[in-house]
Design a protein around this ligand. Structure first.
Ligand code: IZC
Ligand code: ZN
Length: 409
Protein backbone atom coordinates (compact mmCIF):
# COMPACT_ATOMS: atom_id res chain seq x y z
CA UNK A 1 0.00 0.00 0.00
CA UNK A 2 2.95 2.24 0.55
CA UNK A 3 5.99 0.58 -1.05
CA UNK A 4 9.16 2.09 -2.38
CA UNK A 5 9.95 5.76 -1.75
CA UNK A 6 10.09 8.42 -4.42
CA UNK A 7 9.17 8.46 -8.07
CA UNK A 8 9.03 5.04 -9.75
CA UNK A 9 11.20 4.71 -12.83
CA UNK A 10 11.46 1.87 -15.32
CA UNK A 11 11.18 -1.54 -13.63
CA UNK A 12 10.19 0.09 -10.32
CA UNK A 13 6.87 0.91 -11.97
CA UNK A 14 5.91 -2.74 -11.31
CA UNK A 15 5.96 -2.10 -7.56
CA UNK A 16 2.51 -1.33 -6.12
CA UNK A 17 2.78 -2.32 -2.45
CA UNK A 18 -0.37 -4.44 -2.63
CA UNK A 19 -1.86 -5.63 0.68
CA UNK A 20 -4.62 -8.24 0.69
CA UNK A 21 -7.12 -8.14 3.58
CA UNK A 22 -6.10 -4.64 4.60
CA UNK A 23 -7.28 -2.12 7.16
CA UNK A 24 -6.96 1.63 6.75
CA UNK A 25 -7.58 3.83 9.78
CA UNK A 26 -8.12 7.57 9.51
CA UNK A 27 -8.11 10.26 12.17
CA UNK A 28 -8.47 14.03 11.74
CA UNK A 29 -8.23 13.62 7.99
CA UNK A 30 -4.94 11.70 8.10
CA UNK A 31 -4.08 8.04 7.68
CA UNK A 32 -2.99 6.61 11.03
CA UNK A 33 -2.73 2.99 9.95
CA UNK A 34 -2.53 1.26 6.58
CA UNK A 35 -1.54 -2.38 6.36
CA UNK A 36 -2.62 -5.95 6.96
CA UNK A 37 -5.85 -6.16 8.98
CA UNK A 38 -4.31 -8.79 11.25
CA UNK A 39 -1.56 -6.38 12.38
CA UNK A 40 -3.84 -3.40 12.95
CA UNK A 41 -4.04 -2.08 16.52
CA UNK A 42 -7.45 -1.94 18.18
CA UNK A 43 -9.17 1.29 17.17
CA UNK A 44 -12.20 2.92 18.75
CA UNK A 45 -13.87 3.71 15.44
CA UNK A 46 -16.70 6.26 15.16
CA UNK A 47 -17.47 5.04 11.73
CA UNK A 48 -16.52 1.96 9.77
CA UNK A 49 -16.80 1.37 6.05
CA UNK A 50 -17.01 -2.27 5.09
CA UNK A 51 -14.89 -2.78 1.96
CA UNK A 52 -15.17 -6.56 1.72
CA UNK A 53 -14.74 -7.70 -1.87
CA UNK A 54 -13.75 -4.21 -2.97
CA UNK A 55 -10.54 -2.59 -4.12
CA UNK A 56 -9.19 0.33 -2.07
CA UNK A 57 -6.53 2.58 -3.62
CA UNK A 58 -5.00 6.01 -3.20
CA UNK A 59 -7.02 8.81 -4.75
CA UNK A 60 -5.99 9.16 -8.39
CA UNK A 61 -3.88 12.09 -9.57
CA UNK A 62 -4.56 13.74 -12.96
CA UNK A 63 -1.37 15.69 -13.77
CA UNK A 64 -2.42 17.43 -17.03
CA UNK A 65 -5.73 19.23 -17.60
CA UNK A 66 -6.97 22.43 -19.18
CA UNK A 67 -9.74 22.83 -16.62
CA UNK A 68 -10.86 26.45 -17.00
CA UNK A 69 -12.26 27.49 -20.38
CA UNK A 70 -15.26 29.08 -22.06
CA UNK A 71 -17.47 27.38 -24.64
CA UNK A 72 -16.96 24.01 -26.31
CA UNK A 73 -15.87 22.74 -29.72
CA UNK A 74 -18.38 20.08 -30.78
CA UNK A 75 -18.69 21.76 -34.21
CA UNK A 76 -15.09 20.66 -34.91
CA UNK A 77 -16.08 16.99 -34.80
CA UNK A 78 -17.45 17.19 -38.37
CA UNK A 79 -14.19 18.77 -39.58
CA UNK A 80 -12.29 15.99 -37.88
CA UNK A 81 -14.48 13.38 -39.60
CA UNK A 82 -13.60 15.01 -42.92
CA UNK A 83 -9.95 14.52 -42.02
CA UNK A 84 -9.03 18.16 -41.37
CA UNK A 85 -5.92 17.99 -39.13
CA UNK A 86 -5.92 19.57 -35.65
CA UNK A 87 -3.12 22.00 -36.58
CA UNK A 88 -5.00 23.11 -39.74
CA UNK A 89 -8.08 23.94 -37.70
CA UNK A 90 -5.82 26.04 -35.43
CA UNK A 91 -4.20 27.72 -38.44
CA UNK A 92 -7.64 28.76 -39.67
CA UNK A 93 -8.33 30.51 -36.35
CA UNK A 94 -10.32 27.62 -34.85
CA UNK A 95 -9.18 25.06 -32.31
CA UNK A 96 -7.44 26.64 -29.34
CA UNK A 97 -8.16 30.11 -30.74
CA UNK A 98 -11.90 29.46 -30.79
CA UNK A 99 -11.71 28.55 -27.09
CA UNK A 100 -9.62 31.69 -26.52
CA UNK A 101 -12.46 33.81 -27.96
CA UNK A 102 -15.05 32.07 -25.79
CA UNK A 103 -12.85 32.40 -22.69
CA UNK A 104 -12.14 36.08 -23.30
CA UNK A 105 -15.90 36.65 -23.65
CA UNK A 106 -16.77 34.82 -20.44
CA UNK A 107 -17.10 36.47 -17.05
CA UNK A 108 -15.03 35.10 -14.18
CA UNK A 109 -18.16 33.72 -12.53
CA UNK A 110 -19.22 31.82 -15.65
CA UNK A 111 -15.79 30.25 -15.96
CA UNK A 112 -15.87 29.36 -12.29
CA UNK A 113 -19.27 27.62 -12.47
CA UNK A 114 -18.36 25.73 -15.60
CA UNK A 115 -15.01 24.57 -14.19
CA UNK A 116 -16.72 23.56 -10.94
CA UNK A 117 -19.10 21.34 -12.89
CA UNK A 118 -16.17 19.59 -14.60
CA UNK A 119 -14.22 19.40 -11.35
CA UNK A 120 -17.04 17.54 -9.61
CA UNK A 121 -17.16 15.11 -12.49
CA UNK A 122 -13.37 14.62 -12.42
CA UNK A 123 -13.59 13.78 -8.72
CA UNK A 124 -16.48 11.37 -9.31
CA UNK A 125 -14.08 9.29 -11.43
CA UNK A 126 -11.72 8.86 -8.48
CA UNK A 127 -9.36 11.83 -8.79
CA UNK A 128 -8.40 13.66 -5.58
CA UNK A 129 -5.42 15.73 -6.83
CA UNK A 130 -4.91 17.31 -10.23
CA UNK A 131 -3.25 20.01 -12.27
CA UNK A 132 -5.02 22.82 -14.16
CA UNK A 133 -3.53 25.02 -16.87
CA UNK A 134 -4.43 28.46 -18.11
CA UNK A 135 -3.76 29.21 -21.77
CA UNK A 136 -7.08 30.33 -23.20
CA UNK A 137 -6.58 34.00 -22.40
CA UNK A 138 -3.29 34.74 -24.20
CA UNK A 139 -3.27 38.27 -22.78
CA UNK A 140 -2.66 39.60 -19.31
CA UNK A 141 -6.26 40.27 -18.38
CA UNK A 142 -7.62 36.92 -19.48
CA UNK A 143 -4.72 34.71 -18.39
CA UNK A 144 -4.96 36.23 -14.91
CA UNK A 145 -8.74 35.79 -15.02
CA UNK A 146 -8.34 32.06 -15.67
CA UNK A 147 -5.67 31.68 -12.99
CA UNK A 148 -7.81 33.53 -10.44
CA UNK A 149 -10.68 31.15 -11.15
CA UNK A 150 -8.30 28.25 -10.48
CA UNK A 151 -7.15 29.90 -7.26
CA UNK A 152 -10.74 30.32 -6.08
CA UNK A 153 -11.46 26.68 -6.92
CA UNK A 154 -8.39 25.65 -4.93
CA UNK A 155 -10.01 27.33 -1.92
CA UNK A 156 -13.59 26.14 -2.49
CA UNK A 157 -13.31 22.59 -3.80
CA UNK A 158 -12.09 19.54 -1.85
CA UNK A 159 -9.84 18.46 -4.73
CA UNK A 160 -6.21 19.62 -4.51
CA UNK A 161 -5.31 21.58 -7.64
CA UNK A 162 -1.81 22.51 -8.83
CA UNK A 163 -1.87 25.57 -11.09
CA UNK A 164 0.13 26.05 -14.31
CA UNK A 165 0.58 29.24 -16.36
CA UNK A 166 0.25 28.27 -20.03
CA UNK A 167 0.27 31.76 -21.55
CA UNK A 168 2.39 30.32 -24.38
CA UNK A 169 -0.37 28.00 -25.63
CA UNK A 170 -0.94 29.55 -29.07
CA UNK A 171 -0.11 32.73 -30.96
CA UNK A 172 -3.08 35.11 -30.69
CA UNK A 173 -4.15 37.00 -33.85
CA UNK A 174 -2.74 40.28 -32.45
CA UNK A 175 0.78 38.75 -32.56
CA UNK A 176 0.37 36.57 -35.65
CA UNK A 177 3.49 37.95 -37.29
CA UNK A 178 5.65 38.31 -34.22
CA UNK A 179 5.65 35.26 -31.94
CA UNK A 180 8.84 36.44 -30.20
CA UNK A 181 7.12 39.67 -29.14
CA UNK A 182 4.23 37.58 -27.84
CA UNK A 183 6.59 35.40 -25.79
CA UNK A 184 8.23 38.55 -24.35
CA UNK A 185 4.79 39.77 -23.35
CA UNK A 186 3.97 36.42 -21.72
CA UNK A 187 7.27 36.60 -19.80
CA UNK A 188 6.15 39.98 -18.48
CA UNK A 189 2.77 38.50 -17.48
CA UNK A 190 4.63 35.62 -15.85
CA UNK A 191 6.19 38.09 -13.43
CA UNK A 192 2.71 39.20 -12.36
CA UNK A 193 1.68 35.56 -12.01
CA UNK A 194 4.66 35.07 -9.72
CA UNK A 195 3.99 38.20 -7.65
CA UNK A 196 0.36 37.18 -7.15
CA UNK A 197 1.32 33.55 -6.53
CA UNK A 198 -1.16 32.33 -9.11
CA UNK A 199 0.79 29.32 -10.44
CA UNK A 200 3.57 26.91 -9.47
CA UNK A 201 4.40 25.84 -13.01
CA UNK A 202 4.99 27.38 -16.42
CA UNK A 203 4.23 25.43 -19.60
CA UNK A 204 4.59 26.02 -23.36
CA UNK A 205 3.10 24.36 -26.47
CA UNK A 206 6.19 23.41 -28.51
CA UNK A 207 4.73 22.39 -31.86
CA UNK A 208 4.77 23.09 -35.61
CA UNK A 209 3.05 26.43 -36.21
CA UNK A 210 3.11 27.31 -32.52
CA UNK A 211 6.50 27.63 -30.74
CA UNK A 212 9.80 26.16 -31.88
CA UNK A 213 12.16 24.13 -29.71
CA UNK A 214 14.57 27.07 -29.46
CA UNK A 215 11.82 29.57 -28.57
CA UNK A 216 10.53 27.12 -25.98
CA UNK A 217 13.96 26.51 -24.49
CA UNK A 218 14.61 30.24 -24.04
CA UNK A 219 11.15 30.85 -22.59
CA UNK A 220 11.43 28.01 -20.08
CA UNK A 221 14.96 29.07 -19.03
CA UNK A 222 13.55 32.52 -18.23
CA UNK A 223 10.64 30.96 -16.36
CA UNK A 224 13.12 29.04 -14.22
CA UNK A 225 14.98 32.28 -13.46
CA UNK A 226 11.67 33.64 -12.17
CA UNK A 227 11.39 30.66 -9.83
CA UNK A 228 8.94 28.41 -11.68
CA UNK A 229 9.24 24.67 -12.18
CA UNK A 230 8.64 24.07 -15.88
CA UNK A 231 6.52 21.73 -17.99
CA UNK A 232 6.22 21.37 -21.73
CA UNK A 233 3.77 20.12 -24.37
CA UNK A 234 6.38 18.33 -26.49
CA UNK A 235 6.30 16.20 -29.63
CA UNK A 236 2.50 15.89 -29.49
CA UNK A 237 1.85 15.99 -33.21
CA UNK A 238 5.17 16.48 -35.00
CA UNK A 239 8.50 15.06 -33.74
CA UNK A 240 10.49 18.27 -33.21
CA UNK A 241 12.91 17.26 -30.45
CA UNK A 242 11.03 18.81 -27.55
CA UNK A 243 11.57 15.71 -25.41
CA UNK A 244 15.37 16.15 -25.39
CA UNK A 245 15.02 19.85 -24.72
CA UNK A 246 12.67 19.20 -21.79
CA UNK A 247 15.28 16.94 -20.17
CA UNK A 248 18.03 19.48 -20.86
CA UNK A 249 16.12 22.27 -19.11
CA UNK A 250 15.32 19.87 -16.24
CA UNK A 251 11.54 20.15 -16.71
CA UNK A 252 9.54 18.49 -13.95
CA UNK A 253 7.49 16.84 -16.70
CA UNK A 254 7.41 16.53 -20.47
CA UNK A 255 3.91 15.84 -21.72
CA UNK A 256 2.49 14.03 -24.81
CA UNK A 257 5.78 12.74 -26.35
CA UNK A 258 4.04 10.82 -29.15
CA UNK A 259 6.84 11.73 -31.54
CA UNK A 260 9.70 11.48 -29.04
CA UNK A 261 12.96 10.41 -30.71
CA UNK A 262 15.11 7.53 -29.51
CA UNK A 263 17.57 10.04 -28.11
CA UNK A 264 14.74 11.82 -26.31
CA UNK A 265 13.58 8.55 -24.78
CA UNK A 266 17.11 7.73 -23.60
CA UNK A 267 17.38 11.16 -22.02
CA UNK A 268 14.11 10.69 -20.15
CA UNK A 269 15.62 7.63 -18.47
CA UNK A 270 18.69 9.60 -17.41
CA UNK A 271 16.86 12.70 -16.20
CA UNK A 272 14.36 13.47 -13.46
CA UNK A 273 11.81 14.64 -16.09
CA UNK A 274 8.60 12.62 -15.86
CA UNK A 275 6.94 11.52 -19.11
CA UNK A 276 3.26 12.45 -18.82
CA UNK A 277 1.48 10.46 -21.52
CA UNK A 278 -1.98 11.37 -22.81
CA UNK A 279 -3.35 8.46 -24.87
CA UNK A 280 -6.88 9.90 -24.74
CA UNK A 281 -5.65 12.76 -26.93
CA UNK A 282 -4.02 10.44 -29.48
CA UNK A 283 -7.24 8.42 -29.58
CA UNK A 284 -9.40 11.53 -29.96
CA UNK A 285 -7.16 12.98 -32.67
CA UNK A 286 -7.77 9.71 -34.50
CA UNK A 287 -4.08 8.85 -34.79
CA UNK A 288 -2.65 5.37 -35.14
CA UNK A 289 0.73 6.02 -33.52
CA UNK A 290 0.67 6.26 -29.73
CA UNK A 291 3.51 7.32 -27.42
CA UNK A 292 6.18 4.63 -27.00
CA UNK A 293 5.52 3.90 -23.35
CA UNK A 294 7.21 0.48 -23.46
CA UNK A 295 10.45 1.95 -24.84
CA UNK A 296 10.32 4.69 -22.24
CA UNK A 297 9.87 2.26 -19.36
CA UNK A 298 12.58 -0.03 -20.77
CA UNK A 299 14.89 3.00 -20.84
CA UNK A 300 14.16 3.64 -17.15
CA UNK A 301 11.85 6.64 -17.60
CA UNK A 302 9.16 7.48 -15.05
CA UNK A 303 5.81 7.47 -16.85
CA UNK A 304 2.61 9.17 -15.65
CA UNK A 305 -0.81 9.28 -17.31
CA UNK A 306 -3.34 12.12 -17.57
CA UNK A 307 -6.64 12.95 -19.24
CA UNK A 308 -5.47 16.18 -20.94
CA UNK A 309 -9.08 17.24 -20.26
CA UNK A 310 -9.74 20.12 -22.68
CA UNK A 311 -12.52 21.18 -25.06
CA UNK A 312 -10.64 20.30 -28.27
CA UNK A 313 -8.31 17.34 -28.35
CA UNK A 314 -9.53 15.45 -25.26
CA UNK A 315 -12.99 16.29 -23.97
CA UNK A 316 -13.16 13.74 -21.15
CA UNK A 317 -12.90 13.92 -17.37
CA UNK A 318 -12.55 10.14 -17.12
CA UNK A 319 -9.08 9.07 -15.97
CA UNK A 320 -10.26 5.43 -15.81
CA UNK A 321 -10.78 5.50 -19.58
CA UNK A 322 -7.18 6.70 -19.93
CA UNK A 323 -6.12 3.66 -17.88
CA UNK A 324 -7.88 1.39 -20.40
CA UNK A 325 -6.20 3.15 -23.33
CA UNK A 326 -2.84 2.86 -21.59
CA UNK A 327 -3.36 -0.89 -21.31
CA UNK A 328 -4.47 -1.40 -24.92
CA UNK A 329 -2.68 1.31 -26.88
CA UNK A 330 0.46 1.90 -24.79
CA UNK A 331 0.74 -1.74 -23.73
CA UNK A 332 1.42 -0.71 -20.18
CA UNK A 333 1.01 -3.36 -17.49
CA UNK A 334 -1.68 -2.90 -14.83
CA UNK A 335 0.92 -2.24 -12.11
CA UNK A 336 2.63 0.38 -14.30
CA UNK A 337 -0.71 2.00 -15.01
CA UNK A 338 -1.56 2.29 -11.31
CA UNK A 339 1.79 3.93 -10.58
CA UNK A 340 1.26 6.23 -13.55
CA UNK A 341 -2.01 7.60 -12.11
CA UNK A 342 -0.86 7.75 -8.48
CA UNK A 343 2.78 8.02 -7.37
CA UNK A 344 4.31 9.23 -10.64
CA UNK A 345 1.42 11.54 -11.46
CA UNK A 346 1.80 13.13 -8.03
CA UNK A 347 5.54 13.66 -8.58
CA UNK A 348 4.82 15.22 -11.99
CA UNK A 349 2.98 18.07 -10.25
CA UNK A 350 5.19 18.45 -7.18
CA UNK A 351 2.82 16.51 -4.89
CA UNK A 352 5.07 13.46 -4.54
CA UNK A 353 5.29 13.75 -0.77
CA UNK A 354 1.60 14.51 -0.33
CA UNK A 355 -0.48 12.50 -2.77
CA UNK A 356 -0.55 9.21 -4.67
CA UNK A 357 -0.14 6.83 -1.73
CA UNK A 358 -2.09 5.57 1.26
CA UNK A 359 0.56 6.16 3.86
CA UNK A 360 0.58 6.86 7.58
CA UNK A 361 0.77 10.58 8.25
CA UNK A 362 -0.55 11.61 4.86
CA UNK A 363 -3.95 13.05 3.99
CA UNK A 364 -6.54 10.31 3.71
CA UNK A 365 -7.22 10.55 -0.03
CA UNK A 366 -8.73 7.17 -0.80
CA UNK A 367 -10.98 5.56 -3.40
CA UNK A 368 -13.17 2.54 -2.78
CA UNK A 369 -13.96 0.75 -6.04
CA UNK A 370 -16.76 -1.65 -6.99
CA UNK A 371 -14.23 -4.09 -8.45
CA UNK A 372 -12.68 -7.28 -7.09
CA UNK A 373 -9.00 -6.50 -7.80
CA UNK A 374 -6.58 -3.96 -9.30
CA UNK A 375 -6.40 -5.74 -12.67
CA UNK A 376 -10.07 -5.08 -13.22
CA UNK A 377 -10.08 -1.34 -13.93
CA UNK A 378 -7.68 -1.32 -16.90
CA UNK A 379 -9.81 -4.17 -18.27
CA UNK A 380 -13.49 -3.17 -17.92
CA UNK A 381 -13.87 0.05 -19.87
CA UNK A 382 -16.32 2.84 -20.51
CA UNK A 383 -18.01 2.96 -17.11
CA UNK A 384 -17.26 4.53 -13.75
CA UNK A 385 -16.13 1.93 -11.20
CA UNK A 386 -15.99 4.32 -8.25
CA UNK A 387 -18.01 3.47 -5.17
CA UNK A 388 -16.72 6.16 -2.79
CA UNK A 389 -14.14 8.96 -2.95
CA UNK A 390 -12.66 10.04 0.38
CA UNK A 391 -10.75 13.31 0.36
CA UNK A 392 -8.85 14.35 3.48
CA UNK A 393 -10.80 11.79 5.50
CA UNK A 394 -14.26 12.98 4.42
CA UNK A 395 -16.57 11.34 1.89
CA UNK A 396 -16.44 13.67 -1.11
CA UNK A 397 -18.41 11.50 -3.55
CA UNK A 398 -20.50 8.39 -3.29
CA UNK A 399 -22.03 6.45 -6.16
CA UNK A 400 -25.72 7.12 -6.52
CA UNK A 401 -25.61 10.37 -4.57
CA UNK A 402 -25.66 13.66 -6.39
CA UNK A 403 -22.94 16.18 -5.64
CA UNK A 404 -25.46 18.82 -6.69
CA UNK A 405 -23.17 21.73 -6.02
CA UNK A 406 -23.86 23.72 -9.18
CA UNK A 407 -26.11 24.00 -12.17
CA UNK A 408 -24.52 24.90 -15.46
CA UNK A 409 -26.59 26.99 -17.83
O1 IZC B 1 -7.66 23.33 -26.58
O2 IZC B 1 -6.84 22.02 -28.11
N1 IZC B 1 -2.98 20.40 -27.49
N2 IZC B 1 -3.43 22.20 -26.41
C1 IZC B 1 -2.36 21.54 -27.01
C2 IZC B 1 -4.53 21.57 -26.51
C3 IZC B 1 -4.26 20.40 -27.20
C4 IZC B 1 -5.82 22.02 -25.95
C5 IZC B 1 -6.81 22.48 -26.96
ZN1 ZN C 1 -2.44 19.91 -22.84
Amino acid sequence: MDGKEGVRKGPDMMEIGLVEQATVAVKDGKVIYAGPAENAPQFEANEEIDCHGKLVTPGLVDPHTHLVFGGSREHELALKQQGVPYLDILKQGGGILSTVNATRDAKEEELYNKALFHLDRIMSYGVTTMEAKSGYGLDELNELKQLRVTKQLQKDHPLDIASTFLGAHAIPPEYKDDPDAFLSEMLRVMEVVKEENLAQFTDIFCETGVFTVEQSRKYLEKAKELGFEVKIHADEIDPLGGTEMACEVDAISADHLVGASEKGIEKLGESRTIAVLLPGTTFYLNKNEFAKARDMIEHNAAVALATDFNPGSSPTENLQLIMNLAALKLRMKPEEIWNAVTVNAAHAIGYGERAGKIKEGRNADIVIWDVPNYLYIPYHYGVNHVNTVIKGGAVAYKRGEQLGRVTVS
